[in-house]
Unconditional design. Structure first.
Length: 120
């Protein structure tokens, strides 16, 4: 749910952009946006938001594309192009920024995805 709903802020089209980003992350990872189980430093399990989990995986990889393999739903059996998946996930993360002003418009999202398609 977009932060605007939670904090009773004005609702704009950026709420739909946020939702789009979350749905894309759900589809790519096969996980619920409410929580992802991850190991913490004490070897226990903790629940994290999907967005936080994906961002952490991306930062841990430090430039390596291996983070994509770690977050993609194993049910995809590797049947995707790594570079396209990376761009899709990065666009989804931009869409799911908490600050509505940091999110792209849906038109910009379409342009980003079409630009990638045309580059191939």
């Amino acid at each position: 749910m977009a932060p605007e709903w939670i904090f009773n802020l004005p609702i704009t089209s950026k709420v739909d952009v946020y939702s789009y980003g979350i749905v894309v992350l759900e589809m790519v990872t096969g996980r619920s946006p409410a929580g992802v189980h991850a190991r913490n430093d004490n070897r226990g399990m903790e629940q994290r938001r999907l967005i936080t989990w994906v961002k952490e995986k991306m930062q841990e990889a430090a430039g390596s594309a291996s983070w994509i393999e770690e977050i993609v739903d194993p049910g995809m059996d590797g049947e995707y192009e790594m570079s396209r998946m990376e761009i899709l996930v990065k666009v989804a993360l931009q869409c799911s920024e908490e600050d509505k002003d940091a999110r792209p418009t849906m038109s910009q999202v379409v342009d980003m995805l079409l630009h990638q398609e045309n580059d191939d």
